[in-house]
Design a protein around this ligand. Structure first.
Ligand code: ZN
Length: 134
């Protein structure tokens, strides 16, 4: 069902401040930066082999990530697993009694279809399913 870890999401208050750590110090490659206005975030994707690091910076105080940082501080936010047929995966997971935050996939950064599981159902880890059209 799960193909690999697609990316690890990290909440940051400033991309500008943290990017030199990933790019200059540990020398990972910056793939691209994009704004997802519907989520109120700016995202930098960094390659770490096949897995990506997704640095998520809020661009307004109302975004879910801004609320997250106020509550928990910066740091690890979610883990995203790559899947095929995301609608079918959501159905399977619902059928197994796991609560989804998104009952339908929504469009995420990089044009991926994504859906999150409720952390109360996953040992308090925010888990994202992510389907990318190759
Ligand atoms: Zn993500």
């Amino acid at each position: 069902m799960i193909k690999k870890i697609d990316h690890i999401g990290i909440a940051v208050s400033s991309l500008e401040k943290i990017l030199p750590f990933y790019i200059d110090i540990i020398q990972l490659e910056l793939l691209h930066i994009e704004e997802v206005e519907s989520e109120g975030v700016r995202i930098a994707f960094i390659a770490a082999g096949e897995t990506k690091i997704e640095l998520i910076e809020p661009i307004n105080e109302e975004s879910a990530v801004a609320r997250y940082i106020r509550k928990f501080g910066e740091g690890m936010h979610h883990i995203a697993f790559a899947v095929d047929s995301i609608e079918k995966r959501i159905e399977d997971i619902n059928a197994k009694g796991i609560r989804m935050l998104n009952s339908q996939p929504k469009s995420g950064a990089g044009g991926a279809a994504v859906a999150f599981m409720h952390p109360h159902s996953t040992g308090r880890v925010l888990v994202e399913l992510c389907e990318r059209k190759e």
